[in-house]
Design a protein around this ligand. Structure first.
Ligand SMILES: [Zn+2]
Length: 324
């Protein structure tokens, strides 16, 4: 009797803690913590984790099942079928976003030469010469102005930033090792984007050389959970920083061809079931679908979703037939 009287209040307290922790712990850390109550709360939250599939039909899930993984887009799937339904929805969502970005009208931009002319930074004669050079040799008008008319490269960058209504970013504080694992190397090479640094663990600065890529910035925002601030970087700084970044290894990446959506969803489900990630996410980057896996929660120490270390991370990049 004495035993029961002593146990009951403690049990109630424990239930309260479990309920509270369910709503306050989006990420579960695997790290061992000998006697901390936070660890107990996390374990309780994992034990009560419910399947994230809206089509889930299992009313009773085996209590011994591991609910720590696999996690796809913050949700745990109780079975292969439930993971597939979550992945299918994500694949459909990314296809819709692709269509939406294509139906958006291209915003008209004032040609760079006219921007510079309006600022009084070049003369009519200089613009004429640069345009003739461009017609004859090709290339970018900015380069022709620098080479043929002696315009300062910094002025070209400022003109571009006015044309794109975006800031000029400097590479001061550039973190090449950390930035090398932000995005697969193939995107840096193909889309001319360059992650520069994270400010206050909320803002990711993304540099471009001569044109912004809103679609790539959006994808990175979805993947990182950070607000992305895009801007232009002078050619000289951009080239040096990019070279510096490419000296570091990125997250291991596997590229595959994507078939039609159902086959792709099945393939991604198989990957999740095999790799059992503690976190994963799918975003579209132009004609690619990028699946990122956090294989151990040590890779996810920071509050944002940027990888902490390339170890225990894995990227899959699926090439779709869609236009970019
Ligand atoms: Zn389920």
């Amino acid at each position: 009797m004495l035993f029961l009287n002593r146990k009951t209040p403690e049990r109630k307290q424990d239930d309260l803690q479990r309920t509270a922790s369910l709503h306050s712990l989006p990420w579960i850390d695997d790290s061992y913590s000998p006697s901390g109550s936070i660890f107990d709360q996390e374990r309780a939250a994992v034990a009560k984790r419910v399947c994230g599939s809206i089509e889930c039909e299992s009313s009773r899930i085996s209590p011994w099942r591991n609910r720590r993984r696999p996690i796809f887009e913050d949700r745990w799937g109780c079975s292969g079928r439930c993971i597939l339904s979550m992945v299918r929805a994500a694949v459909r969502r990314e296809a819709v976003e692709q269509d939406a970005s294509h139906s958006m009208p291209h915003r008209h931009r004032v040609p760079l030469g006219l921007v510079l002319l309006a600022q009084g930074w070049i003369t009519h004669a200089q613009l004429q010469l640069a345009l003739e050079t461009q017609r004859a040799r090709g290339g970018r008008i900015g380069d022709c102005l620098v080479q043929e008319c002696g315009i300062e490269p910094a002025q070209i960058t400022r003109g571009l930033s006015m044309q794109w209504s975006c800031p000029v970013l400097s590479t001061n504080g550039f973190m090449p090792r950390a930035m090398a694992i932000v995005v697969p190397r193939m995107f840096i090479e193909e889309f001319g984007l360059l992650p520069l640094r994270v400010a206050g663990s909320r803002l990711l600065y993304l540099g471009f050389e001569d044109r912004l890529d809103a679609s790539a910035a959006f994808a990175l925002e979805q993947m990182s959970g950070l607000k992305v601030e895009s801007g232009l970087v002078s050619t000289e700084e951009f080239t040096a920083a990019r070279q510096n970044l490419l000296e570091y290894e990125g997250v291991p990446v596997k590229t595959e061809l994507a078939d039609e959506p159902d086959a792709l969803a099945a393939r991604i489900t198989a990957i999740l079931e095999q790799k059992q990630p503690v976190a994963s996410r799918l975003v579209r980057m132009h004609r690619y679908l990028w699946l990122r896996l956090w294989l151990e929660s040590g890779a996810k120490k920071s509050p944002n979703a940027l990888p902490h270390d390339r170890e225990d991370m894995m990227d899959f990049v699926f090439t779709t037939g869609a236009r970019s």
